[in-house]
Design a binder for this molecule. Sequence first.
Ligand SMILES: [Zn+2]
Length: 492
Amino acid sequence: MRVTGLICSRKAMRRQLYPLLIFMTLLAACAEPESTVTATAITNVTVIDAVNGVRENQTVVFDGDEIITVGSSSPELSVAETIDGSGKYLIPGLWDFHVHLSYDDRFTDYMPELFLSYGITSVRDTGGLMHKILPIVEKMRAEEAVAPRVFFAGPLLDGNFVVYDGDSRPEIGVRNATPDDARSTIRDLKKQGVDFIKIYEMVSPAVFEAMVETAQELELPIDSHVPLSLRASMAGPSVDSIEHLRNIEMDCANNAPELHETRLELLKNPDGLSGADLRSSLHSLQRLPAIANYDEARCDQTLAALTSTIQVPTLRLGALNIAPPFKRDDWQDALSRIREDAREDWIETSAAMADNPIEEFTQFGQWALFLVERMHSQGIPIGAGTDTPIFISVPGYSLHSELEYLVRAGLSPLEAIRSATVRPAEFFSLQDEMGTVDVGKRADLVLLDANPLENIANTRRIAAVVSKGRLFTQNELSELISAAHAAELRVQ
Ligand SMILES: [Zn+2]
C-alpha cells in the first residue's frame, strides 16, 4: 500500500534499494502516518489475459500506476475506492499498434480521449514529421494528461523517391537517397527521442541495410513495410514488425524471382513518376497477378522467414470490404464522436463505397484474411493495429473491428487479445511491465460488461477504463471527449 505518494510504491522501493542511505530515507518517509490512501480495488471480477488465461473471482488492486495485488482473497489493504466487478471481466489495457496522431488535423486534438474511451491505453505512432508529432507526444506524456501511453517513430523513412511527400499525399515521409543519408537521419531521430523507426517502401537494398544496422546499433526496434526493392523473405528477418501484409503476396507467387527482377528495373523510374505514382504503378502491376499465382510451397518458405517478425495486418483497412464499418449498428455512434467536417466527409466516402465496392479491394481483403490464417497457423506473431484515422477509421473504435477481423481470420479471442496487449509490449521489450494483469505491471486495464472470450465483440462493451492508474467510467470518458471538442471549437 502506498502511503506517501509514488515514491513508496513497491517497485520504487525495489529499484531504489541502493544506496543504503536512500533506502533508509525511503523507509522513514514510508513509515509516516497513513494520510493518503490512494489504492483502488476491483473486486469479484473475472480476469482475462493472454498469458494467465482466465482467473475467476479475483480482486485486483492498483495504486498509482502499478498493480499491487491480484488474488482470490481480499487483501488486507486500505483502499480509497472499491469497484464491484461482479459479473464483469477485466482485461489489460489495449494497444492500437498502428496509428497516425498527426496525419489529419481534424482528429489530432481529441484522439487521446477517443482512444481511452474505447479502452486503448497505449498507441504506437507509425509515421509523422517530427515538428508535428513531438508536441503531440509531449502533451500526451505530460504528468496529468488524460491520454494513452505513446510510442513514436517520427517520419516514414523512405528512399530516393518519397510516397508521402506532401504533394499528392500528406507529408509524413522523408527522403533517404543514400546509406549515409539513412544513417544520419536515424542518428538524428534517436537524439530527438524516437522509440523506434519505420522503414518505408521505396528504399533501396543498400539504404535498407544501412537503416537496419544503424537502428540495431542504437537499440531502436524496427518497424517496416516490405520495400519493393526486396522480397519479404529477405527483409522480414531483419526487422521487428511488418505492416499491412503489403508486398508479401509478391513473394508468395510461383514467379516471385521474376516479379522481383521486374520491380528492380521499374524502380529505376524511367518515366520519372512521383514516389506515390511509382509505388501505385508497381502495386497495380504485380499485386493481383501475384495473388493469382499463389504457390503454397513458395509461400511457406517466405512465412518460415517471418517467424520472429510481428505481422500487423491492419485487416480493418486491407479487408474493409469484407465487413465494412458503415454496415455496423454502432457506426453512427462512432461517427458522432468525431469532428463534424470529418464525419460529413466519411459519410460521403462510405456511401460511395457501399454503392460501388471495388472488386480488386475485395479480392485483396480475401487474400489478407487467408494469409493471416496461414501466418497464425505457422506461429508467426500477429499485432493488432488499424492505421487510424486513415480511411474511415474512427480512433479506438476501429481497434475492436481489427480484433473481430483477427478472429475471423482464425485467431481465438484470447489470441486476438494477445495481439493487442502482449505482442506490442514485446516489440518494445516491455513485456515485464505491460500486457498482462499481474503484480508489478502498470495499471492499464479495461473493465468489460461481457465475456470477450465468448464473443470478441464484447471488448466493445466497456464499463470503465484504467489508464496509468486513473479510473474513468464510460460517462466520464464521454464527457472528456465532449470537453476536448468544445476546447477545439474555442481555438478555431
Ligand atoms: Zn500507417
